[in-house]
Design a protein around this ligand. Structure first.
Ligand code: FAD
Length: 404
């Protein structure tokens, strides 16, 4: 295993810690893969939380795993329309227990906020402390794998992988480099990079008691650039915002780690969504890049004519799905034909994104328009015409970005 820095320095060591499979993505999966394909992916994803639980037990590692499910909440009238989508899809596919619509009263039994309107409970979901998990995985891997850290791969050919200090011959090559794949020729038209940022409060267990959020549910709202928030084992609240800057090709610069406006949006989300935590001080903030595919679902495959396998496009939801991705990539490398390597995550055609610089410029316009729409909707204003037109642009090109 060749790692450019140290295992865990990437977003796997500093994400929001939402760990889940694909029941929460049912409407999107259906739209892309049809009912059968959607169910196959969601069922395959059921192994994720169970697999991580089994790893906790077998390794004895404590990475603060808490399997308390997830809530998606509507936090503005414009978000109400989509809140029933998961529950409708689950009902229609005969799995109503996977997404249960909650009335405002039922939602308030789990968490109280004056801006939460309704919600849906998704039982497939857990939280983890990501750095603890990734360091435990690194420890286990060291017993089985030859690991070379500080060994950035500079060239990938069929059967040969080069770094500045040496090269490795390998019949099967697996490329799993997250957002850096946006700069790798075989994938660069299929990925764009966005920033995601989080803020973390001081421990506030008493305030959590007051708003009734003691069950450990991970929560996200109905925005396209969503807010995601959760409690931690030491009584803090983490609030994330997926509204960070868009990248250019595979360039991973400071905008993905030092973007103050996105940190401010994450904190604004904390104050707006959870006013009961007004006194909670923010003690930490950080960010990282996310590898976004054109349909916001990951894809796996083998570069034609080679034994170079890849997985990317987790689109900000890779903490759990990269477990599934690991199983799929193992299957591809071993030449296995099974239910995992036959999933639509492997077999579908991923629509291409426009080339640079159009992608960056167009993506920037769409991002600004969507953010303006969502801000207006949260403030009870009608979004301006240019914002509405900009937010609708992706559809004109057959692309679906989030809920827009
Ligand atoms: C702030 C933030 C919050 C997030 N929150 C969540 C969340 O709550 N839930 C969720 O599911 N997802 C979340 N995500 C996304 C999630 O973290 C990722 O999808 C997931 O960690 C991807 O795992 P990975 O192993 O593919 O990537 P990484 O953890 O980034 O690992 C890729 C590794 O490849 C290495 N690498 C890159 N280029 C090279 C090269 N040339 N040679 C050798 N090595 C190289 C990197 O150094 C890195 O260690 C979040 C992301 C961010 C940034």
């Amino acid at each position: 295993m060749l790692e450019a820095e140290e295992c865990g320095r990437g977003p796997s060591g500093r994400n929001g810690g939402f760990l889940h499979g694909y029941w929460s993505h049912l409407p999107r999966l259906r739209e892309r893969f049809g009912d059968e394909g959607a169910l196959a992916v969601a069922r395959a994803g059921e192994g994720i939380v169970r697999g991580v639980q089994a790893f906790a037990e077998s390794s004895g590692a404590d990475f603060w795993l808490r399997a308390a499910g997830m809530l998606r909440v509507s936090a503005a009238p414009a978000q109400d329309a989509s809140i029933g989508d998961e529950a409708d899809a689950a009902q229609e596919l005969g799995v109503p227990e996977e997404a249960v619509l909650l009335s405002p009263e039922q939602l308030a039994e789990r968490v109280r906020s004056p801006v939460f309107r309704e919600g849906v409970f998704l039982r497939d979901g857990a939280t983890i402390q990501p750095a603890r998990l990734v360091l435990s995985l690194r420890r286990e891997a060291l017993a089985k794998v030859e690991l070379h850290e500080h060994s950035r791969v500079t060239q990938i050919d069929d059967g040969l992988v080069a770094t500045a200090g040496g090269s490795v011959r390998a019949r099967e090559v697996v490329v799993a480099v997250n957002a850096a794949a946006a700069g790798w020729r075989p994938l660069r038209r299929r990925l764009t990079v966005f920033g995601s940022y989080v803020v973390l409060t001081e421990p506030v267990p008493q305030l959590l008691e007051q708003i009734g959020w003691t069950g450990g549910e991970a929560i996200f709202d109905g925005r396209m650039f969503l807010h995601y928030f959760r409690t931690t084992n030491d009584g803090r609240v983490l609030m994330g915002s997926g509204s960070g800057p868009i990248g250019f090709g595979g360039k991973l610069d400071r905008r993905f780690t030092h973007d103050e406006p996105t940190v401010a949006r994450a904190e604004h989300g904390l104050r707006r969504l959870l006013p009961g935590l007004a006194e909670a001080k923010v003690t930490h903030a950080w960010g990282g890049p996310i590898d976004v595919s054109s349909d916001h679902l990951p894809f796996f495959g083998t570069v034609p004519g080679t034994r170079i396998h890849y997985g990317a496009g987790y689109s900000g939801h890779g903490a759990g799905p990269s477990w599934l991705g690991g199983q799929i990539l193992a299957g591809l490398a071993l030449g296995v034909d099974d239910e995992l390597t036959r999933l639509p995550l492997v077999t579908r055609r991923v629509p291409k994104l426009p080339p640079e610089p159009i992608r960056r410029l167009g993506g920037g316009v769409v991002r600004a328009a969507i953010m303006a729409c969502e801000e207006a909707e949260e403030e009870g204003r009608r979004p301006s015409l240019p914002a509405r037109v900009g937010a609708a642009l992706p559809r004109l090109f057959g692309l679906r970005i989030g809920t827009r």
